[in-house]
Design a protein around this ligand. Structure first.
Ligand SMILES: Nc1ncnc2c1ncn2[C@@H]1O[C@H](COP(=O)(O)OP(=O)(O)O)[C@@H](O)[C@H]1O
Ligand SMILES: Nc1ccn([C@H]2C[C@H](O)[C@@H](COP(=O)(O)OP(=O)(O)O)O2)c(=O)n1
Length: 232
């Protein structure tokens, strides 16, 4: 059994690369960013003011969230409702840092994420062969004991271009400008509570600026091969 931890800034390729790595190795996949996004949506839907830190923490502790861990179809179910699309809106992207910088929320998320990681590393009905978990603090806080820890980076320009293509279907100057807030401002806010811009001790950096998706997946797989003391 194995845990692979992947952190990095917005648009570095964490989700697409981690899903592909999990698929290739037959592992489960946990998108921890989706959990913070779901927490933000939950506050919005239950009329909790995002600037009321205590109320947000209380709401998140009670949030009925189920995270799917199949890399081919990682569902996000909030109070029985499939919110996979609803958590990707610009409204949620713009607001999520306010929830993610709440330290009580982070403690609750760490507890839930750890439970998923441990379940996937336990023999039994729900247990599998291991998991790839990605986010901002997986290599440092949630799973510093992971078998392989990767910081996925890319230049600001590459990250803006990718996100712009994804959200607006174009990467001209206007589209890139419209993406700045949800990439650069968000990273600035998020980096006040997590270290994902530089690699912590023992974490291997993979820079994807000049790589395409397949090359980035291959680079992460080679880190896992090199560091992994486990049997595939
Ligand atoms: N190495 C890469 N080269 C080109 N495009 C990439 C690469 N990695 C990711 N992408 C694309 O960039 C976009 C953002 O990737 P994503 O995995 O959502 O990043 P993150 O989870 O780090 O925010 C996606 O459309 C994805 O297909
Ligand atoms: N482990 C994590 C994962 C995400 N977050 C926060 C920071 C991000 O702004 C939001 C959303 O994360 P997500 O990975 O979906 O962000 P991207 O748009 O893919 O870059 O959650 C966090 O604080 N800690």
């Amino acid at each position: 059994m194995v845990t692979i931890a992947v952190d990095g800034p917005s648009g570095s390729g964490k989700s697409s690369v981690s899903k592909a790595v999990a698929g290739r190795l037959g592992l489960a996949y946990l998108d921890t960013g989706a959990m913070y996004r779901a927490a933000t949506l939950w506050c919005v839907r239950t009329d909790v003011a995002l600037d009321d830190a205590d109320a947000v923490a209380r709401a998140v502790r009670e949030m009925p969230l189920e995270m799917g861990v199949d890399p081919a179809a990682p569902g996000v179910v909030l109070d029985g409702d499939d919110v996979a699309a609803a958590i990707r809106t610009t409204e949620v992207s713009s607001a999520v840092s306010q929830v993610a910088t709440n330290l009580e929320v982070r403690a609750e998320m760490k507890r839930r994420q750890r439970a998923v990681i441990d379940a996937e590393n336990t023999d039994g009905f729900s247990g599998g062969r291991g998991i790839v978990a990605e986010g901002r603090d997986i290599t440092t806080v949630v799973a510093p004991d992971a078998d392989a820890r990767v910081l996925l980076t890319a230049s600001e320009e590459a990250r803006l271009r990718r996100r712009s293509l994804e959200v607006h279907g174009a990467a001209d100057a206007a589209a890139v400008d419209a993406t700045r807030d949800q990439v650069l401002r968000r990273d600035r806010d998020d980096s006040t509570v997590s270290q994902f811009l530089t690699a912590a001790d023992g974490v291997v950096t993979v820079d994807s600026s000049e790589l395409d998706l397949d090359q980035t997946v291959a680079a992460v797989l080679s880190v896992v091969d090199r560091l992994g003391q486990w049997q595939a």
